[in-house]
Design a protein around this ligand. Sequence first.
Ligand SMILES: [Ca+2]
Length: 475
Amino acid sequence: MKKLFTYVFALSILFVSCKSSKEETEATLNQDKNQKPKNILFIAVDDLRPELNFYGANHIKSPNLDKLAASSMVFNRAYCNIPVCGASRASLMTGARPTRKRFIDAHTKKNEDYPEAISLPMLLKQNGYTTISNGKIYHYNKDDAFAWDEMWQPNQLWSYALPESQAIRKNTKRGLPFEMAKVHDSVYRDGKLALKVIKDLNKLKKSNHPFFLTMGLAKPHLPFTAPKKYWDLYNREDIELPESYVQPKTTPRQAFHKYGELRNYENIPKKGDLSDDLAKELIHGYYACVSYVDAQIGLVLDELKRLELEEDTIVILWGDHGWNLGDHKLWCKHVTFETALRTSLLIKVPGKTNGQKTNAITEYVDVYPSLVELVGLEIPNTVDGKSFVPILNGEKPGKDWAVSKFKDAITLIKGDLFYTEWIKDDGIAYARMLFDHKTDPLELNNLAEKPGYQQKIKVLAKELREKWGKDFLSN
Ligand SMILES: [Ca+2]
């Protein structure tokens, strides 16, 4: 009943908003006749961890992302607010923090969890933008439907190109964890997506309206399916298991999971560790998928340039959370180690960015207010984040911390410290974890139960409660 009420409430807000949106559009677009509103190309990459050359990794081949980074600002320390697809996306698109009850899991729907929030595409639409959702933006592809002028998905049910893989998929829960197929890029979903976004750019070029054009890539999310030529960019013998391929006894057991997401696929053992060969094959497949999405993004960026839209368009690229590629002997996301929380984030703002990198801490709730500030609109009061535009301007960042959560675990990131508490609805910690990245960047030495750190923990626990948001426990 509560949900129905909030939905009706949201619809009535929407009606009022839509009614006034034409007048607002005129007002906004006439604000300054000399300054054309900036377009936004919004690229979301599913499960893209920051293992890229411009983060100093040097083993994934991603020439197009590297080129984009060279004219963007790269955020070395960007963190998602929750390491799971649906919830992270709903939080980013509303600029609102996850709480104990809001934005919880992969199946989160913005319209169910926070219908009254004006999402980023809705705000832009109300202000004269053409808004197009292509591919995976929200997890549920019909979510926030009123915010979009158009919603499009590739016409393909599964990720597999080969008939034998498709047959296995048909008869099993998830199908194979990877596929190497000698096929053209456009056989897979993300290749089809790139062609659609290119078509949109050509259409939008002729329009008089600014655009919010999205490209939601499905890879490198499992299964790791990519054309063979991208697998061929890597030698299996060169692939190594991560340095942190261990689960220390001092880390609370709650910090780990059994990577059920991966075990749903065929040929993955239902319990226990993976063999080293299988682990390396997965890493190889992940790399191939990153190179494949890099090529699709390159096609779109080349078209943006060809159409001479570059100078009028902000490009933002983000992965929805980190990913454990064997780190801590884990696979997938759903934990609060830095490997699941730290994300790939870069933004190209014509006239402002030219390859800078920042170590300032940024959270995904900050993306919404930043984009809104960059296009000169007002930030709605449902937004919890803080604009990172001062960082783009070379000024002091507005804050030096981030808060992330997953299920009962909630993490404060402050300077070099990563402090996690596991709590229930009463807000009292039942497990704790503290890492100091200055001395322990791989997060192998939990300091939380060590006598010398209790005073520090007291301070961090208080700060965590001040920063997790006023509705964290109640809403
Ligand atoms: Ca994801």
